[in-house]
Design a protein around this ligand. Structure first.
Ligand SMILES: [Zn+2]
Length: 552
């Protein structure tokens, strides 16, 4: 093993008892000393390597509380449609990509939004057919919730007018008058069979995805992350977990991973799901890999009107949006998982979805009492103010992706008022500042592929939490200015709070004697730059449990 002495720096420990220091000594995988340079000397070993920080900033590694760094990159393979304005620009981009890649048997793409085509119009398969010809094509939406396929892709997957919708109204194919799917695949159950039929899910695809998202994670300062679903399923899912355990045994796993068993089908008996989680937890385990959590979906996402809402959508006055797991189903799963010693992580975008998730936790606690479970509700695209105090009361962690709480992609602040009106938007939209100030545990995560790969970088997310604008865009409109927070608070969300939510508070999240040496060196002290420059700060080095995982 090795030993390092980081000296002569601005050490920000995120340990409330001892927030600032100059020196840190690491012996093997743990922190042995935090204090001034002089006091460090008695902790050094003959083999200790001295690292002169030269005034740079040392802080704990980031804990990303919700991401998909294993398989999520699959949603970013192929042609990017990010940032294009209008249907013509999107189609032209795909046409060019298809032309430039004549040998690809399948045309893949990603990062379209329903806002891109004007009036929230859903894309049609016949827009793709002329530019992709006989080759099947599948384009994932920016958040990986939806797909857009051409006619050849539907045919390849054996889906036609007679195929029933996979899980309506949450997951379905909008239809042409003759009943054939028109092209959009609303939510995962609708596009995953197409992706599977086109051979897009394979261990090779996952490995390619990991090169884009998991292996660069230390270069963004990440040392631990919660995997909110590998994206792949069944036997392949097991092979992926085995691959992670093998990487860890070889000392090549770049980050510590706490993973989940993701459920999308509320019809599966709860006992069966808990048994499957128990199996995963038991079969795939190594020092830096554990599978401890049941992931549930309360609903879908706002832009597609699939988030479950307390009041109807402003532009569809009869539509409240569907639940995937309704409150009863969530209650059964939270109860069973917590009783078995596992945690639950609930996707909830609509304010009714969030309330259902909180109700499910309350119901489980009525039966079990406080079990010490670390349950989380993530996203909170909309949250009613009446529900905000309930997170702290129930001890439920809230998780968010701060960059969405901005005029994301230059589209959100035009599109969202159409969905819910300006009043509800101002009051309910990603209320991370309010949740934090309510005393709840708030954690942050990049949630790629719901964001672009470069946006996984926590310093970008932290900047948006502070400004409620896109990184480096001081002229952007501010999304609900009252939801901004201080830099210190945003850092807490990405460190100690994240560690707590993963039951790692004794091991990670702060620079504290006895904890794992999960550290990062930033080129500049973020407290000394303008808030719009936080994202420009370079991560010079990252250490996971005493081993360098990144050095610039
Ligand atoms: Zn996610």
């Amino acid at each position: 093993m090795s030993s390092h002495w980081f000296r002569n720096g601005d050490v920000y420990t995120v340990d409330a008892a001892n927030p600032w220091a100059r020196s840190v000594v690491v012996l093997d995988e743990r922190i042995a000393y935090v204090g001034d340079d002089e006091g460090a000397r008695e902790h050094l070993r003959p083999d200790t390597v001295e690292v002169d920080l030269d005034g740079r900033f040392l802080m704990p590694g980031f804990v990303d509380g919700h991401d998909h760094l294993i398989g999520g990159g699959i949603g970013k393979l192929g042609v990017s449609l990010d940032g294009l304005v209008g249907k013509d620009a999107v189609i032209e981009q795909i046409r060019r990509y298809a032309l430039d890649n004549p040998d690809l048997p399948v045309i893949r793409g990603h990062s379209w939004t329903p806002f891109q085509f004007g009036n929230g119009q859903r894309p049609h398969r016949t827009w793709l057919d002329p530019v992709t010809d006989v080759r099947p094509a599948l384009m994932n939406s920016y958040d990986f919730h939806d797909g857009w396929a051409n006619t050849a892709a539907f045919i390849a997957a054996g889906i036609d007018a007679s195929t029933p919708d996979p899980n309506p109204p949450a997951s379905f194919w909008p239809r042409d008058p003759d009943g054939f799917p028109s092209g959009c695949c609303c939510d995962g159950e609708a596009w995953m069979p197409i992706a599977a039929a086109l051979g897009m899910f394979s261990l090779e695809a996952v490995k390619e995805a990991m090169q884009m998202t998991l292996f660069p994670a230390p270069s963004w300062g990440i040392t631990t992350y919660f995997d909110a679903s590998t994206v792949v399923r069944g036997a392949l899912n097991d092979r992926v977990f085995q691959h992670l355990v093998d990487l860890d045994s070889a000392g090549e796993l770049p980050v510590r991973i706490v993973a989940s068993h993701a459920l999308r089908d509320p019809e599966i008996p709860v006992e069966q799901s808990i048994e499957r989680l128990r199996q995963l937890n038991n079969d795939f385990r190594s020092p830096n890999v554990s599978i401890t959590t049941l992931k549930l979906f309360a609903d879908g996402v706002g832009p597609q009107h699939t988030a479950a809402m307390l009041e109807p959508y402003a532009d569809e006055p009869d539509n409240f949006g569907p639940f995937v797991f309704d409150t009863d189903a969530m209650s059964r799963h939270v109860l069973a998982a917590n009783a078995a010693g596992f945690d639950v992580h609930i996707h909830a975008c609509g304010d009714a979805g969030v309330r259902g998730g909180l109700d499910a936790n309350e119901a489980a606690q009525r039966t079990l009492g406080r079990t010490g479970a670390r349950n989380t509700i993530c996203h909170l695209e909309f949250c009613n103010p009446a529900d905000i105090p309930r997170f702290a009361e129930l001890g439920v962690t809230a998780n968010g992706t701060p960059i969405w709480g901005s005029d994301y992609r230059g589209e959100f602040l035009d599109a969202y008022p159409t969905l819910v009106g300006t009043e509800r938007l101002e009051r309910d939209f990603l209320p991370y500042g309010s949740v934090l100030r309510s005393g709840a545990t708030l954690t942050f995560g990049g949630d790629c592929p719901g964001t672009e790969i470069h946006e996984i970088a926590p310093l970008k997310q932290i900047e948006s939490a502070v400004t409620r604008q896109r990184p480096g865009r001081p002229d952007d409109r501010i999304a609900s200015p009252h939801e901004r927070m201080s830099l210190a608070d945003a850092i807490r969300c990405y460190t100690v709070n994240g560690a707590y939510a993963l039951r790692l508070e004794d091991e990670a999240g702060s620079i504290t004697v006895g904890k794992q040496a999960d550290l990062q060196v930033l080129a500049t002290n973020p407290f000394r730059v303008a808030s719009h420059e936080i994202h420009t700060i370079a991560v010079d080095a990252t250490m996971l449990g005493g081993r360098f995982t990144h050095q610039r």
